[in-house]
Design a binder for this molecule. Sequence first.
Ligand code: UDP
Ligand code: MG
Length: 315
Amino acid sequence: MKKISLIIPCFNEEESLPLFYETTTKILAALPYDYEFLLVNDGSEDGTLDIMKSLAAQDPHVTYLSFSRNFGKEAAMYAGFCNADGDYTAVMDADMQDPPSLLPEMIEILETGEYDSVAARRKDRDGEGRFRSWCARKFYKLANRISDADIMDGARDFRLMTREMVEAVLSMSEYNRFSKGIFGWVGFRTYWLSYENVERAAGTTKWSFWNLVRYAVDGIMNFSQAPLELASWGGILMTVFSFIMLIIIIIRRLVWGDPVAGWASTICVIIFIGGIQLLCLGIMGQYVAKTYVETKGRPHYIISESNRKDIRKIG
Ligand code: UDP
Ligand code: MG
């Protein structure tokens, strides 16, 4: 019998997790597949871990992996991939925003053998702020234009993958992870399944607007050197421009014997160029910082507690 592994990153999800577990179990139990839940507790401060423990005690399909602190959703997903051994593996949010009811259809599509992954995609962004969704749309447009990973607008991390694709995702062991980009980068044949946006079942989102901005910037930087190129081209343009200006000034001086003037405009130019230089240095600094973090080769996650002995505790 084929096996399905579900990876559920959980950070303070005591309200949603029981509901998620119940709904999903009902759906999976009706299918002719073996299944496992990998509940990853990402350093929750509420009763999430206790709920996981009681679920694991009553259901052998449940494995919980509890982090030693909050490592972030990307790390939780990575820990799940490291420890999942199903023929098909999916990542799902605990808040029901990734509808478990899509699972049977996703499995069916993979079973045809024509695709290696089925990814869920929101048709709309109902329930999300206008400004927020406008920013999100712009981000996807920009990211797709300048980076070498295809990122679909409205794509979620929710997707069911074959073992081959999971192995490929695991082979990308970078520390700065941006899963949407990684899934696109590894390629494979992906089927996009659209669905209406669902709002959170309970609790609140852990993403502030600025978190999202940082996530977006990270996403672009992890899969593109375009900002660096932009900095270089900006520099070249500025140099050419200033060279032309220099010639104009010299000619003016020789022809008209220009008296000293234009103090204000000189200061403006100095500040402007200084600003651009700092910006470019900052962009370079960001890449250097990322390289620095990567070279340290620190683990993505540390598991302090689990109900299974054979798991990869540090990875
Ligand atoms: N999550 C996590 N670690 C974090 C933040 C979030 O494991 O540091 C989990 C969270 O429990 C949920 C999923 O990631 O299952 C998505 O989080 P959320 O619903 O807050 O994000 P949104 O759906 O608003 O993008
Ligand atoms: Mg959510």
